[in-house]
Design a binder for this molecule. Sequence first.
Ligand SMILES: [Zn+2]
Length: 231
Amino acid sequence: MILALTILLILGLGTISVYGQDCRLTKHPALFLNGDSYDLSLNGSERKCRMECEKDARCRAMTYHAIWTACWLYSDVKDTGHSHMCSSVSYQRPKDCKGPGKVIYGTNVLHSEALANKLQEIANYMGADVRVNSGLRKGTDKYHAIGQAADITISDVNSRTAWERLKSSDVFTGDYYVMYHAPGRRSCSTGVHLHIARYEKEGSTGRPTCWVLEGTTHANTCLKYEYMKCL
Ligand SMILES: [Zn+2]
């Protein structure tokens, strides 16, 4: 009995430390919210409203009204119901979400708002903090050179696990290279991390996401973009 409990405890703690709760906002068309609204802004869009909420740890839910172009952010939802106003839409975090992860930039800079939003989405999906170790920089990488790539690590999740989890999720539908840099000399890079590069600065290309492993075998030693094999 004690042994079983111990195993359960170890498994349980392991699950908590390795896998954070998915804290992304879920869409609920025509859902009506009652609660503590801490911010109201006008003249935005549904997408902008959702991103404002996604990146704010206080924000548990949001409602956007298309005719009024009004965006309400909620720190607490006390009550929900269905509205007949088709012009409004709400998004909510899962109830057991402990709060979204943060993106920590340090002194690193990106030139793509879409990429910055995607990093926040990763943090929310992982329920963990994303650390940007490099963004805009001089050098041979064409995407880093224009601020459309980020080298990231995720707190409490090793990079290979993160790559696998993201690949099997719906976080990336297209427009990105998502590359895992393995440890060791077969990788071009020092330090294990994920390299996330966006094809276009903001717009969508319609091209699928290219999932790449680097430095795990002889065949994928130190890859250039033209030699990358999308998995
Ligand atoms: Zn990189």
